[in-house]
Design a protein around this ligand. Structure first.
Ligand SMILES: Nc1ncnc2c1ncn2[C@@H]1O[C@H](COP(=O)(O)OP(=O)(O)O)[C@@H](O)[C@H]1O
Ligand SMILES: [Mg+2]
Length: 312
């Protein structure tokens, strides 16, 4: 099945009342592939994912675009406690998926225990009878993943599923998501504000800024040769060995409000390389090398793009 397109999104726009928080996002994910979406808080990652899953918050609407899911999609959120039902034992919560498809109660419960085992919950038959508040954050997130798998999704949508967890538990969950993708041949879309986290699960990465895609390519290629100054700046913020936290670069300024509309590049006000053309003309997505694109006027420039002082 690997190689088949599982999810296609074209020209997605999401309006939030004050403006468009997602301003024309297109993406495609194949079965067995994980696409990472990264960008600062407010860049439109969650609304993109929620639009795909058709679970937009009240007052937020899909204004334009096509979403095609080949099969079913299921979503895993950052905070499992807000999604789990506190009045249901976790096994029964997971069993709701199979139950809704007509599977008899006993069989659905047996399936829930199998799923808990599949996502690495120890003593699954015992844990199936636990209430959500009796489980650790890491186990709760495993329960959410099991509940997502219970609908037999072809596309798993993950919105910062490990952000609230400590680094050890986070690493275990990233390994779990990676294993499930490979074993089940699922397409995964993994959203995080943290490029380092995304790079551990995603074969391909898409960088969003102010509701638009500004760079996309194979993860390692984007990390080694970022073409957009914003991606470059994101990489500079990743903690590295030998660099004290206080020495890490932070991106100056703040992302714009979704109600702001730009004639040119939305990143220009924060970009060290910006020239007049950047504020007057929106850069198209340019192909740097096959499969690696970036929306910057200087993608084709021979000099390396770095967030240095050499700009204007
Ligand atoms: N329910 C909502 N109502 C109004 N505006 C929203 C809502 N949810 C998100 N937004 C706005 O849309 C923009 C993108 O939000 P979101 O997709 O959650 O960003 P991200 O997940 O990248 O942090 C933000 O500026 C945010 O303020
Ligand atoms: Mg978000």
């Amino acid at each position: 099945m690997s190689g088949d397109t599982a999810l296609e999104v074209r020209g997605l726009q999401v309006s939030v009342g004050s403006g468009h928080a997602v301003k024309g996002v297109s993406l495609g994910v194949r079965a067995g592939e994980c696409l990472g979406i990264v960008g600062e808080s407010g860049s439109g990652k969650s609304l993109t994912l929620r639009a795909v899953a058709d679970v937009l918050p009240r007052g937020v609407t899909r204004a334009a675009g096509d979403v095609v899911v080949h099969g079913r999609s299921a979503m895993v959120f950052q905070e499992p406690m807000t999604t789990l039902n506190p009045t249901m034992r976790v096994g029964d919560f997971i069993a709701e998926g199979p139950r809704s498809r007509g599977v008899p109660k006993r069989e659905a419960r047996r399936r829930a225990v199998e799923l808990l085992a599949e996502v690495g919950v120890p003593d699954p038959a015992v844990r199936a009878r636990a209430w959500p508040h009796q489980l650790s954050g890491g186990l709760r997130q495993r329960v959410m993943i099991a509940a997502a798998l219970a609908v037999e999704p072809s596309v798993l949508l993950c919105d910062e599923p490990t952000t609230a967890l400590d680094t050890t538990v986070q690493a275990q969950l990233l390994a779990l998501i990676d294993r499930l993708r490979a074993e089940r041949g699922m397409a995964v879309v993994f959203v995080s504000h943290n490029l380092a986290v995304v790079s551990r699960v995603a074969q391909r990465v898409m960088v969003m800024y102010a509701g638009r895609v500004v760079e996309e390519g194979p993860t390692q290629e984007v990390l080694r040769r970022p073409r957009h100054p914003y991606t470059q700046a994101l990489i500079e913020t990743i903690p590295r060995r030998g660099v004290a936290a206080g020495q890490l670069t932070t991106i100056q300024g703040a992302p714009p409000d979704p109600s702001e509309e730009f004639t040119g590049c939305a990143f220009a006000p924060r970009c060290a390389r910006a020239e007049d053309t950047c504020t007057s003309l929106r850069p198209p997505m340019l192909e740097a090398v096959p499969g690696h694109t970036a929306g910057c006027h200087f993608v084709a420039a021979p000099r390396a793009i770095a967030p240095s002082k050499e700009g204007v």
